[in-house]
Design a protein around this ligand. Structure first.
Ligand code: SF4
Length: 354
């Protein structure tokens, strides 16, 4: 069954992370009247959608002065689900005088899970998210959310600094005692900003240096190392030798991503990977719009970024990969392809937006 997710952006976020693949960063607010009008319209569209449809409140709803009303409106939708992931930098939350009320608005609707992402030591974290003081505020937010009765998780986002910051990370986990710890290796998508993260990308040496820490960080050492070894530049190149690229693009995808921006424009494509503007949501006809979404090809991977007609020859991709350090580690195989395509200057389908 097809799944449809609409990224609802009522506010920008508070940092400018080097690895961001959803074009986060500071941005305008959607006026609350528009939020209500868009929620209402999405619910009408939801009546006609085929498959499981959801919205996600991104990037940083706590930056919106009326976050409580937004969460309440999202929770009232009847034809479309509100998917709550709860990841936050904590910066928008901790500067609010009404932060108890803001978190309470989530708890009132059963949204209890929240998480912060950590990129290493204090200094390295702030460098990667490009915001001084971000680490301390995120950690303070985790403590505040726990006090409020939320379930708090910490996501450790792998980068080259982890080898030297492993003890700092262990200390942080001991101090915060999160309910869960997640581990993520950044993917790569063809957005201009992502090349900024490449000098920070971990390699197999980083992975070997942190291996003994993984069980202390509540991680499955075998699973993480196996996945990393499968997704190095070298391993992906070896896999590509036996692969027909065009077949990857021909495979059917059953996930469709859309994004709704603060100016109420609805786009096909996830935030940061928009390929087509469907128009101002407030003015769109619900049945017609649902029809467009229902017939839109899935855009989770491959075809979301590159047209099948413009694919390079496999030998040329292998040549581009041969110019990169073979031990660099990516979140998945697709990321390695996209990195090679970026280096090769292969044009993307993405809309150029400011
Ligand atoms: S990764 Fe998240 S917090 Fe960082 S800039 Fe992107 S949207 Fe914002």
């Amino acid at each position: 069954m097809k799944t449809i997710n609409i990224d609802f952006l009522a506010a920008g976020c508070s940092t400018c992370c080097k690895h961001c693949y959803v074009n986060g960063g500071p941005g305008p607010l959607m006026p609350i009247g528009d939020v209500f009008a868009c929620m209402e319209k999405l619910d009408e569209i939801g009546k006609y959608l085929e498959g499981e449809a959801s919205i996600t409140l991104d990037h940083e709803p706590f930056n919106h002065p009326q976050v409580g009303e937004i969460v309440h409106a999202a929770a009232q939708l009847t034809n479309i689900t509100c998917y709550h992931h709860g990841m936050t930098t904590g910066l928008g939350l901790m500067r609010r005088k009404d932060r108890e009320e803001a978190v309470g608005s989530y708890l009132d609707h059963g949204y209890r899970d929240f998480g912060i992402t950590i990129h290493g030591s204090r200094a390295h974290h702030d460098e990667i998210v490009d915001r001084a003081g971000a680490y301390d505020t995120s950690v303070a937010a985790a403590g505040f959310l726990a006090q409020m009765g939320c379930k708090v998780q910490i996501s450790l986002m792998l980068n080259r600094y982890f080898a030297q910051d492993a003890d700092d990370i262990s200390r942080l986990l001991d101090e915060v005692e999160p309910d869960d710890v997640w581990f993520a290796n950044p993917i790569f998508t063809p957005h201009a900003r992502m090349m900024r993260f490449e000098p920070y990308r971990a390699d197999l040496k980083t992975l070997e240096a942190i291996r003994r820490y993984l069980p202390l960080w509540r991680q499955d050492e075998r699973e993480i190392t196996d996945t990393a070894y499968q997704n190095t530049i070298g391993a992906a190149a070896a896999r590509l030798e036996r692969m027909d690229l065009a077949r990857l693009w021909a495979g059917e995808q059953d996930e469709s991503y859309l994004s709704l921006h603060q100016d109420c424009r609805l786009y096909a494509g996830n935030s940061g990977a928009e390929t087509r503007c469907l128009g101002d949501l407030r003015l769109l006809d619900p049945a017609e719009t649902a029809q467009k979404i229902n017939t839109m090809p899935g855009n989770r991977d491959y075809g979301a970024f590159y047209d099948a007609g413009g694919l390079p020859a496999r030998e040329d991709v292998l040549k581009a990969l041969a110019g990169l350090p073979s031990g660099l580690v990516y979140g998945d195989f697709e990321s390695v392809l996209y990195r090679a395509f970026t280096d090769m200057g292969i044009p993307t389908k993405l809309l150029q937006k400011t």
